[in-house]
Design a protein around this ligand. Structure first.
Ligand code: HEC
Ligand code: HEC
Ligand code: HEC
Ligand code: HEC
Ligand code: HEC
Ligand code: HEC
Ligand code: HEC
Ligand code: HEC
Ligand code: HEC
Length: 368
């Protein structure tokens, strides 16, 4: 079960006005009381080797003062064989040159192992890895963050965000940040910021949506998207459901009806919208009392999934009824041609010839 607390914090923080509004920094919340050593879930120190790489080993990165042979800036002497102990203990040595880190490490949220010792992750001389990292970045993080390691490694659906470009640092600042969970930006801005290209593909080679474009061009946003809460439906580090979803949702256009395969939608919507054969109250997608959600979706075979008619994120018209839907794996677009009318709606030349439903008594139409 994911952290509900975070969900509520997220909803409160990200409920910003109107589609298209960019996420601003939330009003600063009171800083949490600094936890004393030993109160943390994970260790703050790692056993590492801070010696320079042995001669002959190719360095992937090295620090300028070391390459310059300037041992004595940090050590007692310039004697390469025996430079003696360091002049300043701990991070203060680093801050003498890396002055920008005084600001970074003064941010609201600080990463305890960075507060404890910069050399937990960086070799002060050189390293095989980039950025003087003792080991490959992610494996260092996983050294302490076992639960995330388990999710990232054992989930059926993996998220490319963890393995491309700057890996964990795509979203987290390993030193300090002004946003909870050491995030470099609000999650919505991170998601939309990276999913802003036409060329991104999933592991099966399927082209993913350019969300920046989608959200700009389609102004009817689903409520949780409007609340800037992508995490209401998706897991960030990996998950076991289709599309990293927090609960089950059918992957195909057609699916036999089974309540539990729509757990995602029914986490927030009343399942009776679909499962009640007759109703005059539960849904407006009905002809009189005949529930057309039931008619289309509730089938033992080839039930239409919600995607047959609704865009889940954003669309151009009310109820996010789609203009068209990809039909079959070749991506042929089936037009929906839906028009909302004052008494119901009409679909023309789609899966079927023109059909109209009426969900209001004629008197309502006459009085308009
Ligand atoms: C930017 C600062 C800095 C520079 C420059 C630097 N060192 Fe170091 N060095 C350190 C720190 C920090 C440690 C770890 C100290 C500790 O663990 O107590 C260290 C540790 C060492 C150690 C391991 C000592 C031990 O007992 O394990 C050796 C060997 C060493 N340095 C050699 C050198 C040599 C040779 C040079 C110059 C070519 C050099 N260092 C330049 C910061 C520096
Ligand atoms: C004598 C000054 C000096 C001290 C002391 C110093 N650094 Fe640096 N460090 C530098 C310089 C110069 C660079 C290269 C700057 C650049 O490329 O922007 C650098 C770069 C780095 C980088 C980036 C390397 C890369 O490949 O991009 C890291 C990480 C780093 N230092 C960590 C540390 C840590 C940890 C300490 C304390 C143990 C420390 N530094 C102490 C001068 C120093
Ligand atoms: C938990 C591991 C960890 C600790 C502890 C840590 N760093 Fe880093 N640091 C990283 C990682 C990972 C990167 C690379 C981030 C990236 O690719 O954007 C990095 C990058 C850097 C860079 C290069 C920045 C750049 O933009 O290229 C510097 C300088 C640096 N760290 C200094 C420090 C100093 C100073 C401390 C102590 C206050 C420290 N680090 C503590 C993990 C750590
Ligand atoms: C030496 C152990 C250690 C390493 C290595 C380490 N962390 Fe952490 N990390 C911690 C501790 C301790 C906390 C504080 C957790 C708590 O509040 O109990 C923490 C907290 C965090 C948090 C915030 C979680 C929260 O609940 O607020 C994030 C995000 C995070 N680490 C990411 C990373 C990333 C990314 C890396 C690799 C670059 C990394 N960590 C490497 C020990 C480590
Ligand atoms: C796409 C952005 C993104 C990437 C990449 C990412 N994270 Fe996170 N991480 C988040 C967000 C958002 C949260 C807070 C909400 C949540 O828990 O999902 C978070 C939360 C965390 C937490 C706190 C978990 C908790 O239960 O409080 C840790 C620790 C963490 N991440 C570590 C990592 C590590 C390690 C990596 C790299 C393997 C990584 N993250 C990669 C976005 C990211
Ligand atoms: C640093 C870039 C980056 C960020 C930030 C990012 N993603 Fe992704 N995402 C990717 C890449 C690359 C893929 C394609 C590989 C894959 O399918 O995982 C992807 C794939 C996905 C998929 C499809 C997964 C599948 O294979 O079915 C979903 C869903 C997704 N991202 C949601 C999100 C959400 C929600 C966020 C914000 C919490 C987010 N992404 C942030 C890079 C990113
Ligand atoms: C109400 C739940 C919900 C919310 C909120 C949500 N998604 Fe989705 N997302 C889905 C569902 C359901 C799918 C699968 C759609 C399909 O296959 O028809 C999906 C698919 C995706 C995919 C993979 C498919 C593609 O075309 O790229 C990405 C990436 C994605 N979402 C990113 C995001 C981002 C970014 C946000 C926040 C702006 C977000 N989602 C918010 C439910 C949601
Ligand atoms: C995190 C909660 C959440 C999830 C999950 C969710 N919805 Fe919604 N949905 C909402 C909210 C809130 C509204 C707005 C209801 C209102 O205004 O009365 C809404 C409205 C709608 C509407 C009405 C059109 C509109 O935009 O007002 C449709 C259609 C819809 N959702 C379809 C779906 C489908 C299909 C799924 C599953 C793929 C789903 N929802 C999953 C929260 C959710
Ligand atoms: C055959 C097309 C179709 C399918 C499939 C479909 N819907 Fe709808 N849905 C509609 C139409 C059309 C409306 C607008 C009804 C109106 O207000 O006239 C609607 C409205 C809604 C609403 C708004 C409240 C209401 O019922 O009036 C929700 C919520 C909703 N649908 C959820 C879902 C969910 C969840 C699924 C999948 C389990 C789904 N729909 C499948 C066509 C469809």
């Amino acid at each position: 079960m994911r952290s509900l607390r975070w969900r509520f914090v997220a909803l409160a923080l990200f409920a910003l006005p109107g589609p298209g509004a960019r996420g601003a920094d939330p009003a600063p919340a009171p800083a949490p009381a600094p936890a004393a050593q030993g109160q943390y879930k994970y260790p703050t120190l790692r056993k590492v080797d801070n010696k320079p790489l042995p001669d002959g080993v190719t360095a992937g990165s090295s620090m300028a003062p070391f390459s310059a042979g300037d041992c004595a800036f940090c050590h007692q002497s310039n004697d390469r064989k025996n430079p003696g102990p360091v002049k300043k203990q701990g991070n203060d040595l680093c801050y003498t040159c890396h002055e920008e880190f005084k600001e970074i490490m003064a941010r609201r949220y600080k990463h305890p192992p960075a507060v404890a010792l910069c050399t937990n992750c960086h070799n002060p001389h050189n390293a095989k890895e980039k950025k003087l990292l003792h080991e490959e970045q992610t494996s260092q993080c996983f050294d302490c963050h076992k639960p995330i390691k388990t999710i990232a490694e054992t989930s059926k659906v993996k998220h490319g965000a963890l393995t491309t470009e700057r890996k964990c640092a795509n979203c987290h600042n390993p030193h300090g940040a002004n946003i909870e969970k050491l995030l470099t930006a609000l999650p919505f801005d991170q998601c939309v910021g990276c999913h802003a290209v036409d060329t991104m593909k999933d592991w099966n080679g399927v082209t993913l949506t350019n969300f920046k474009k989608l959200l700009e061009e389609n102004k009817v946003w689903h409520k949780p998207v409007l609340s800037k809460d992508c995490s209401a439906c998706h897991r960030t580090h990996g998950g076991n459901n289709f599309r990293l979803l927090v609960a089950e949702y059918p992957a195909q256009f057609y699916a036999p009806y089974d309540l539990k395969t729509y757990a995602l939608c029914y986490g927030c919507h009343n399942e009776k919208v679909v499962s009640a054969e007759q109703t005059t109250t539960l849904t407006n997608f009905r002809d009189g009392s005949r529930n057309l959600h039931y008619l289309h979706v509730h089938k033992t075979e080839r039930g239409r999934t919600c995607r047959a008619c609704h865009e889940v994120h954003a669309a151009k018209q009310a109820f996010r009824v789609r203009e068209s839907v990809p039909y079959g794996s070749a991506g042929w677009l089936l037009k929906i041609n839906y028009t909302k009318t004052p008494t119901g709606g009409t679909c023309t030349k789609t899966c079927h010839e023109t059909r109209t439903y009426v969900n209001k008594p004629l008197s309502a139409q006459n009085s308009k």
